[in-house]
Design a protein around this ligand. Structure first.
Ligand code: ADP
Length: 248
């Protein structure tokens, strides 16, 4: 494999915490335009993997290359976010007293801060961009409502919308379906498929109905490395995967 073929090239990455190997020569190769689902039991290393990609955790060894040339092990979190990697954490960070629209405005203003965001007059392009995202996340009718009044699922979609404002090349999504109703879960799968038409997506999730709805390549992590990779049907028939999930 060469990094040139991939948007995200993670190879031989190891991370230890006090001698415990959270990642043990992990590899994850994601092509431009792909959507990849990451599954694995608790403690498999999914969060640590996301932390390495986003610069929150430095690997002890291994290669992490983004967009063919950028060595992600050499940059901090803020720089990596600016390079075009958006990460959605499990817990929404929308600012609840602000409206849905204001949260998106704030995301657009980014580092200029809250005051700049709320006093800055949007130009027509910026306005159109926010409207387009509101449609995508299905919150157009909630535009001027306080985001604190949204359902849990709607807050998660708003959060995804806020990440999309900065047009990331790679969107990392951590357990989006956690705490969602079945309907919200399926809607979230549809949303990620829509986003994947123009962006590369890596999503960590436990919910198998959600993973099935994504209908995409699955990577199974276990003990800090890749146990299996392929379609959901293929990995679910893998004896090692069955053993790990049944705790044998
Ligand atoms: P997952 O997200 O798949 O549940 P994690 O990446 O959170 O797995 O954790 C992998 C392993 O590394 C776990 O055994 C966890 O306890 C350990 N671990 C993660 N972060 C730290 C840390 N900061 N210090 C010590 N151990 C950690």
């Amino acid at each position: 494999h060469i990094a040139q073929d991939y948007l995200l090239y993670v190879d031989g990455v190891s991370v230890s915490f006090d001698g415990f190997k959270a990642l043990n020569s992990l590899s994850l190769l994601v092509k431009p335009g792909e959507m990849r689902a990451i599954i694995g039991p608790n403690g498999a290393g999914k969060t640590t993997m996301m932390d390495v990609i986003t610069g929150k955790t430095r690997p002890d060894s291994g290669t992490v290359v983004f967009n063919q040339t950028v060595d992600l092990t050499k940059h901090d979190e803020a720089t990596i976010a600016n390079l075009g990697i958006g990460r959605k954490f499990q817990k929404p960070t929308v600012i609840e007293p602000l409206t849905v629209f204001e949260n998106l405005e704030l995301a657009l203003a980014g580092k200029r801060g809250v005051f700049a965001a709320l006093t800055h007059r949007l130009n027509a392009d910026e306005q159109a961009r926010i409207d387009e995202i509101l449609e995508l996340i299905r919150l157009t009718d909630q535009r001027d409502n306080q985001s604190g009044a949204l359902s849990h699922g709607q807050k998660q979609w708003l959060e995804i919308g806020m990440l999309l404002i900065s047009e990331p090349k790679l969107l990392l999504v951590d357990e989006p379906a956690a705490g969602m109703t079945d309907e919200e879960t399926m809607r979230t799968a549809e949303l990620l498929k829509e986003i994947n038409k123009t962006r590369t997506v890596v999503v960590v999730e436990h919910d198998m109905d959600f993973i099935r709805a994504l209908n995409t390549k699955v990577t199974v992590l276990h003990e800090g490395r890749v146990l299996a990779e392929g379609s959901l049907d293929t990995v679910q028939q893998n004896q090692q995967v069955i053993d790990v999930y049944l705790g044998r």
